[in-house]
Design a binder for this molecule. Structure first.
Ligand code: MTE
Length: 399
């Protein structure tokens, strides 16, 4: 029996930590088979502690308080959040900053648990823009940050973090609150009844079970904001990282926008590649994503350790959700958002089987529209975050 025994969960999810708290990723191929949108039961989960127990009858009176450097501090209940603000629906990919950490841990153990490449999922999120809520509270001129706090009580207090007020006020950044995922009420593991969704940034900024927005002139002083979700300089050791209040916990090492990343889904690491039986070509497939609303502009595959590269085809399923007439789209979205990419995309490449049989591995790398490209070498850091070197899958030869 765990503190989460009230939470329904799908047995297909792969546990990455012990019994509690709940940290899971779906099998990579199962995630991929879902397609662009991930069903809530397979969506990855990253919980730092117990899931708050919220009964159905408590939801209408769930309160969100907006306080701090504001002229008009307010407390909104769940009903007001639904009824008094424009509701938008948009597809957004969330990615844990620890996605692909397993590869870092294989090089040198970091302090984090081993995510494979499925710490990423996409859903249609519905709710109000955070800026509409903040505007109602009238931030003061000295305001610079929005701190968020969740209801999960953890060893070091409530989970909390912050983002810049500028970002919240910029509709192009898409920062919203959500009470629905793929048209259904949020599930307990994903923040029921209300969470923040910060598109294009690491999942750690999207606070679940949201209870407070605090307007401040400094970044969050929450323990989890300071000691989690950072890429510390590579020379900081696990022992050093345990010492609090050191220079390496300066806010400059905090991570916000995701970095460019990609993975091969087919062929699988330990799966069979069918060169002998597949016919003249094998279609390699996978995903890619970037941060800050930037679009992936190329995905490249190498079969010769990075000496030469071939260009893969890319599909952007997100684009079909930009059609306001489409009934795929259940709500309104600000027009600025039309230009912005907040979702993963899919790549594929037909490879002649003879080329595969001559190779020992498939490498993939992506580039985004700021021309950031995945590096050849890993940047190891003690918290094992934002791992994004070229993704490699060994080719299994049959027969
Ligand atoms: N919010 C609260 N209140 N508590 C948490 O433990 N985990 C964060 C973020 N928000 C967390 C939270 C992290 S690190 C990630 S990656 C995302 O939630 C994961 O969201 P998901 O579980 O819905 O996929």
């Amino acid at each position: 029996d765990t503190p989460d025994s009230h939470v329904p969960r799908d047995p297909r999810l792969i546990r990455l930590t012990g019994v509690h708290p709940f940290n899971v990723e779906p099998p990579l191929t199962a995630l991929f088979k879902e397609g662009f949108l991930t069903s809530p039961e397979l969506f990855y989960v990253r919980n730092h502690g117990p899931v708050p127990r919220v009964r159905d009858e408590d939801i209408p009176s769930w309160e969100l308080s907006i306080e701090g450097l504001v002229e008009n501090p307010i407390v909104l209940n769940f009903q007001q959040i639904l009824q008094e603000f424009d509701q938008i629906t948009a597809p957004i990919t969330l990615v844990c900053a620890g996605n692909r950490r397993k590869e870092q841990n294989q090089v040198r153990k970091s302090k984090g648990f081993s995510w494979g490449a499925a710490g990423v999922s996409t859903a249609l999120f519905t709710g109000p823009m955070m800026r509409d809520i903040i505007k109602r509270a009238k931030p003061m001129r000295t305001a610079k940050y929005i701190c968020m706090e969740g209801a999960d009580k953890l060893p070091n207090g409530y989970y909390g973090t912050s983002v810049k007020l500028n970002w919240v006020m910029d509709p192009n950044r898409g920062i919203m609150l959500a009470h629905k995922m793929n048209g259904e009420d949020l599930r307990p593991d994903h923040g029921r009844p209300l969470r923040a969704v910060v598109p294009g940034q690491i999942g750690g900024r999207s606070v679940k079970w949201l209870t407070k927005l605090i307007v401040t002139d400094k970044p969050s002083d929450n323990w989890y904001h300071i000691y989690d979700n950072r890429v510390l300089p590579t020379m900081v050791s696990p022992e050093q990282s345990a010492i609090e209040s050191k220079w390496w916990y300066d806010d400059r090492y905090a991570i916000y926008d995701l970095n460019v990343n990609s993975a091969v889904v087919y062929p699988q690491h330990d799966g069979e590649l069918m060169p002998a039986t597949a016919g003249p070509t094998y279609t390699a497939r996978g995903y890619a994503y970037a941060g800050g609303g930037r679009r992936i502009n190329r995905v490249e595959i190498s079969l010769d350790k990075g000496k030469s590269w071939r260009l893969a085809n890319i599909e952007y399923p997100e684009d079909k959700y930009r059609d306001f007439e489409s009934d795929l789209f259940g709500g309104k979205v600000d027009m600025y958002w039309r230009e912005t990419c907040f979702c993963w995309c899919f790549w594929n490449l037909d490879i002649p089987v003879t080329d595969l049989t001559e190779s020992d591995a498939i490498l993939v790398r992506a580039m985004d529209e700021a021309l950031s490209i995945q590096p050849r070498d890993m940047y190891w850091s003690v918290l094992g975050m934002m791992n994004n070197p070229w993704f490699r899958v060994a080719i299994v030869k049959d027969g």
